[in-house]
Design a protein. Structure first.
Length: 527
């Protein structure tokens, strides 16, 4: 059969456009940016009701996307991050291991080298199962470039070996959460190697001290040996990663250091400098929240400048509920106590509320409790997502969402083809407006006082194991957890206790975070 010249050209052109179309379709996967704030209570964002601190950039994500009203997280950073990255509940005894922190400070002290510390940590950790799946690994296997910048992994101390196993192509930041309590570190880690920071000379990162006094204020603002603020370094690397990978699908995980304390900020934001409602240290703390909001704005501006924001899924959330780092005699106390009566809060008979504890910011949004507790103020979290190509503007969702849902959700977003088997459920369909066919009947979390269970209908059963306490609430009518219904509904207590026991592998003590099964004894590591 003869093929004419015109037919040949038609064939060549068809092949060209076919190849172009295939190339275009291969780049249609969305970029993903996950911003994970540190100790940011739901009530600290103006889109969730904050009145003193304005957070316009984070609010804009909600205006242009979806805001979740029923999202839960762990009550402290290490447990929460472990669940986020593994998709496993934090109340299982063998879900993930946690080491004690501060060991990397020994590099500054000259006690151990980086390699010696990593060898000790790796020897103490049980390697994850071969079929275990992690957040970065999901994206990596789906063809994404992955990067993590900031307060790295679940802590309290982690290693390069863990980072690689969890699926990160590139990372920069702290490998030790205790060192992350200072904002002027003498060194950070880039892909396993120590990277020294010129001009930062404090071994503890210039960690400030809580409970404000004139002397502590003076120490905080003595800038000797504080050349570079850690969050500025993180942002340089975050924006650089976006620039470098703008033409390929990328997954950027940004576990920020803000607004975790102790309070430390290079300057007070103009919004607060003349605010007579606030003490000096409250102005500084508010500036940390404001700086985080500004960072979100910088990320969004870069995505828009590069023309990739329409097909980038940006998720903003936090690792746990509100914590207070701006205590001052006569204003707010740590340990927390009622500013009027002097009574210490105990998370059971005397619960922390902002108006009783003196919290001018009302960071828990009027809920009971703070970080570390299983009260709503400790485990509810902001959750906002923007993705113009898929998410309609101004959506609100009441779907029950857990932070251990992110692995399954990322699998759907990235098109990961393997099986995902963990405790989470994908909320991908909720993001794109199709509604989830599968949803949790309940979520379960550990805490420093014991586990809690929350159902999709809004029933909550919480324990206080040290005080042998058990309370039942119906959150739609009682989000402040003031009306214990356990005696009125004994069958509901029995049913939820059974489910909570099942989630804790048959022992409620597994939901007590101080359980020795969860925290590795670091004696053999530190010596």
């Amino acid at each position: 059969m003869k093929i004419g010249l015109n037919n040949i050209w038609f064939f060549v052109i068809a092949l060209f456009f076919s190849g172009f179309t295939n190339a275009q379709s291969s780049n249609t996967k969305p970029n993903i940016v996950l911003i994970y704030a540190d100790d940011l209570g739901k009530g600290l964002l103006s889109c969730y009701g904050q009145e003193i601190i304005k957070t316009p950039h984070i609010d804009q994500l909600a205006t242009e996307g979806i805001r979740f009203e029923n999202a839960y997280t762990g009550m402290v950073c290490s447990a929460s991050r472990g669940s986020l990255l593994s998709g496993l509940r934090d109340c299982r005894p063998d879900s993930f291991q946690i080491t004690k922190g501060e060991i990397y400070k020994k590099i500054s002290e000259g006690t151990f080298t980086n390699q010696q510390i990593q060898d000790k940590l790796n020897a103490s950790l049980t390697p994850p199962a071969k079929d275990a799946l992690f957040l970065g690994e999901i994206a990596q296997k789906a063809g994404y470039v992955t990067g993590q910048f900031g307060k790295l992994e679940w802590g309290f101390a982690s290693t390069h070996q863990q980072m690689v196993r969890h699926g990160w192509d590139e990372y920069y930041g702290y490998l030790d959460h205790v060192r992350a309590h200072g904002f002027y570190p003498p060194f950070l880690f880039r892909n396993g190697e120590v990277e020294y920071i010129e001009g930062n000379t404090h071994a503890d990162g210039a960690k400030s001290r809580e409970n404000e006094t004139p002397q502590k204020f003076k120490e905080r603002w003595n800038m000797q040996g504080k050349a570079k603020y850690s969050q500025h370094l993180f942002m340089e690397n975050v924006l650089g990663f976006i620039d470098k990978n703008k033409d390929k699908p990328f997954f950027l995980y940004f576990p920020t250091q803000l607004p975790h304390g102790p309070v430390s900020v290079p300057e007070v934001h103009p919004d607060f400098s003349n605010n007579s409602q606030l003490t000096q240290i409250e102005k500084e703390y508010a500036s940390m929240v404001k700086k985080l909001d500004d960072n979100v704005g910088q990320i969004m501006e870069r995505l828009k400048t590069l023309g990739i924001d329409e097909n980038t899924l940006v998720i903003f959330t936090s690792d746990n509920g509100h914590e207070i780092y701006y205590s001052q005699e006569g204003r707010i106390y740590k340990p927390y106590k009622n500013v009027k009566t002097g009574e210490l809060f105990d998370d059971l008979n005397a619960k922390f509320y902002s108006e009783l504890g003196g919290d001018v910011f009302n960071g828990n949004g009027g809920r009971a409790g703070l970080k570390r507790s299983n009260l709503q103020g400790g485990i509810t979290t902001p959750l906002i997502a923007r993705w113009p190509k898929q998410i309609a503007k101004g959506q609100q969702s009441k779907l029950l969402v857990a932070n251990y849902d992110f692995v399954a959700t990322l699998a759907d977003v990235t098109g990961y083809s393997g099986k995902v088997k963990n405790d989470g459920l994908s909320f991908y369909n909720e993001l794109i407006g199709k509604g989830n066919k599968k949803e949790h009947d309940y979520v379960v979390y550990s805490s420093f006082i014991g586990p809690t269970i929350i159902t999709k209908e809004g029933w909550k059963l919480r324990t206080h194991l040290p005080k042998k306490g058990l309370e039942l609430f119906y959150l739609p009518d009682d989000y402040r957890e003031e009306k214990d219904l356990s005696k009125k509904y004994p069958e509901k207590v029995k049913t939820l206790t059974k489910e909570m026991l099942k989630a804790c592998d048959g022992d409620l003590e597994n939901g007590l975070f101080t359980n020795a099964k969860k925290l590795i004894d670091a004696e053999k590591i530190s010596k």
